[in-house]
Design a protein around this ligand. Sequence first.
Ligand code: CP
Length: 312
Amino acid sequence: MAANLLYNQSLLSVDQISKEKAELILDTARQMRELVKSKGSGDSLKGKVVTALFYEPSSRTFASFITAAQRLGAGFLPLQGMTYSSVAKGENLADTVRTFASYSDCIVIRHPEVGSAKIAADFSPKPVINAGDGVGEHPTQALLDLCTIADHFKNIGNLEVTMVGDLLNGRTVHSLSKLLSMYPAMKINLVSPQLLQMPKEFISLLEKRKVKVSQSETLDKVIGSTDILYVTRVQKERFTDLTSYEKLKHHYIITTKIANQMKKQAIIMHPFPRVGEIEMDVDLDPRAAYIKDQIPNGMYVRMALLQLILLP
Ligand code: CP
């Protein structure tokens, strides 16, 4: 068993994840999947408490962290929306984080501002896990996405990944593209409207790491060779001008006709929530991995992360 390099460490960005750490997390997540399937729960984190401090809406990340803690026997402090905490009275992030760190062993934070998880970690004496910081990163989503990809493809290198939708504001694609750049001979096709292109710093980083990157506004030329189609929602909450959002929100809709142009062994992923980018009929396609694989993997990967961060 590899040394636990995650113990007592914050997880703020996928930049902290080496191949060795990724393998450890994925191996542990597979053990968690077996644990849940065989016994439902365990008690390895009995006596530990996890705070979930969510300043932005969430269904999957919030609920999967809470259930991950529960299934390992930990207690949890669920704070969502902040209406009933002292944040509503104007308390700053540093004081909030220091307060909850004194009651618990780990803080999972979602916040609308880029860099907020790092600020939280600077003030917290306990490890902090970034559960999404504005348009910045979503490292635990990228890890569950990697787990899903590893479940479907024996070798993660040499894959052609097409990311489509709001690549400007989508933190999931920011984190996932960086994480995938660790693997050899990856090709990443970035498909978006001009206004929602992947930020240049991410493209430069991918190219520096020898990822083959293509950019286009349509799926036509890449759909047939794609191994993984990663669809994203246009992020309404990041728009200051709702007229632009209305024009762009359904720029891409994945239909069964489009899915049928894909390889037989390809998969279709989406971090969810979806708001019309993939038609419901596509859910019946065996290549649709977003409900049957990504969502449950979210809990197994977060169980693995809590275990690895909280236990030596
Ligand atoms: N993928 C994801 O972060 O979903 P939630 O916003 O529901 O947590």
